[in-house]
Design a protein around this ligand. Structure first.
Ligand code: UDX
Ligand code: ADP
Length: 473
């Protein structure tokens, strides 16, 4: 069987998945020309920005790869037509958020961007092309893509020819934000689902440039699509499980970090993903579980659907539990009090705020008429305004600050005259806060709520602060 050698790749979608994934492929495969295209001109301009601090996403190590590969074998452009036409392999890496209206609203994934990508491919692709699903998709999406490719009336080829011109592979991405480059360079596994062995091997050859063959799994299309949904559902389930235990620890005098260590030492359970926190965020977990429950309902598996729904319910409950607890500790009211929020992204080492627990927690606190000063090392003031659906206010400019928030540029600035600090993201700099300086900066009695078990609370306590840590009885 002669092999297909890929020379030109086009990736549709220059987001959190497409950007880092293609950068690593470009870095590892200098002989392949990679064009990442996007309809969002502003985003593409940022990817092309000479100042690497302006890249549209923050991901440790990404800037170095961009400086090595950009304009050599890695290109960012809005010219979708041309780059689809010349590609041997096209990755679909577009957003698939939960539908907000219509059939399946609130559960099903919105596939309109996938569909429009498929239509663009049908219209512009030339010759034999391998299509790779990179985005996380509901099971059997490849069938939809295939239908569009073959039957689109914009396709200049006959239906019979189209069948032979395209092969579809599923190659879900398992990278986690904040560690994306390392995850891509050292994956636990690479999953390739497909029907045509030649096409599978063409993609496999790319990964073989840096991944050991034993880590490359090939399956049928549907197993691959479903595995990605299930991997995320299992990970989210683990976090909800440990978060329920955190509440139990707080009531009983047990300590969640000790319990996590004790149970995680069992190889069958494993030590990773057992950190209690304010609830999981990120673009994938909630969306994928909702999608999973929708699929289960579609197939009449209501019991299975209910089981997974509870993972999301617990996540909501944890966020609400933390908000209520802060209010209770501050004498049952936070009206007119100032609360410093440390960390707004959904996890450390990323500027991504999608589904960040900080959003719900901050909104609930603002409802109680407190005043928030928010500090995050990477999230912009613009993004926080969008997420809270409220513009930022200038501190000191207004007299009644109830229900308002301001943007702070440092921990010190955020905590000035604050009644409480809530740590919501595990940024490195929160580990080494100098509590002696912060304590004199705050209004007494003052509280520190550490939802990530990251701060040195013994030190904070010794400086006269009241402290609370998730899962600490
Ligand atoms: C996740 C999956 O890990 C990744 O494989 C998939 O490709 C995309 O979705 P991501 O959302 O980027 O990645 O981050 P992840 O590290 O999984 O964290 C998700 C959320 O869970 C974050 O809010 C994080 O703070 C939280 N979390 C994670 C915990 O609360 N406790 C943990 O022990 C781990
Ligand atoms: P992810 O986290 O899955 O990477 P993002 O929202 O960060 O999701 O990125 C998806 C990108 O896909 C966005 O920048 C969006 O503009 C782009 N996109 C969506 N549909 C198309 C399309 N039909 N053609 C080109 N780019 C698209």
């Amino acid at each position: 069987m002669s092999s297909i050698k890929i020379q030109k790749i086009c990736c549709i979608g220059a987001g959190y998945v497409g950007g880092p994934t293609m950068s690593v492929i470009a870095d590892k495969c200098p002989d392949i020309q990679i064009n990442i295209v996007d309809i969002n001109k502003e985003r593409i301009n940022l990817w092309n920005s000479p100042d690497l601090n302006n890249l549209p996403i923050y991901e440790p190590g990404l800037d170095k790869i961009i400086s090595r590969c950009r304009n050599k074998n890695l290109h960012f452009s809005t010219d979708i037509e041309k780059n689809i036409a010349k590609a041997d392999m096209i990755f679909i890496s577009v957003n698939t958020p939960t539908k907000t209206k219509g059939l399946g609203a609130g559960k099903a994934s919105d596939l309109k961007w996938v569909e429009s990508s498929a239509r663009q491919i049908a219209k512009f692709a030339e010759g034999y092309t391998i299509i790779v699903e990179k985005s996380t998709l509901p099971i059997r999406t490849a069938e939809t893509i295939k239908n569009i490719l073959i039957t689109s009336n914009q396709n200049k080829y006959k239906e019979k020819d189209s069948l032979q011109r395209f092969d579809i592979l599923s190659n879900p991405e398992f990278l986690a934000e904040g560690s994306a480059i390392n995850d891509l360079e050292n994956p636990d596994r690479v999953l390739i689902g497909g029907e045509n062995k030649k096409a599978i091997n063409a993609l496999k050859d790319i990964y073989l440039e840096w991944v050991d063959e034993s880590k490359i799994l090939s399956t049928n299309l549907w197993s691959s699509e479903l595995s990605k949904l299930i991997a995320n559902a299992f990970l989210a389930q683990r976090i909800s499980s440990i978060n329920t235990v955190s509440a139990l620890c707080e009531q009983t005098g047990a300590d969640i970090s000790e319990v996590s260590l004790a149970i995680g030492s069992d190889k069958r359970i494993g030590k990773y993903f057992l950190e209690a926190g304010p609830g999981f965020g990120g673009s994938c977990f909630k969306k994928d579980i909702l999608c999973l429950t929708y699929i289960c309902q579609h197939y009449g598996l209501s019991q299975v659907s209910k089981y997974w729904e509870e993972v999301i319910e617990i996540n909501n409950w944890q966020k609400k539990r933390i908000t209520n607890l802060v209010i209770e500790k501050l004498f049952g009211t936070i009206s007119q009090k100032k609360i410093a929020i440390l960390g707004f992204s959904f996890k450390g080492n990323t500027n991504d705020t999608r589904e960040s627990p900080a959003i719900d927690i901050c909104k609930e606190l603002l409802e109680e008429d407190c005043y928030l000063s928010i500090y995050d090392p990477k999230v912009s003031v613009k993004q926080i305004s969008i997420d809270l659906e409220k513009p930022c206010t200038e501190p000191n400019k207004i007299i009644n600050q109830a229900g308002k928030w301001s943007f702070s540029r440092s921990i010190m600035d955020a905590s000035k005259n604050a009644d409480a600090i809530i740590i919501l993201t595990e940024w490195e700099e929160f580990k080494t806060i100098d509590w002696s300086q912060i304590a004199v900066n705050m209004r007494s009695p003052s509280w520190v709520f550490d939802t990530r078990s990251i701060a040195d609370l013994n030190e904070a306590k010794s400086q006269g602060l009241n402290t609370w840590r998730v899962g600490n009885g």
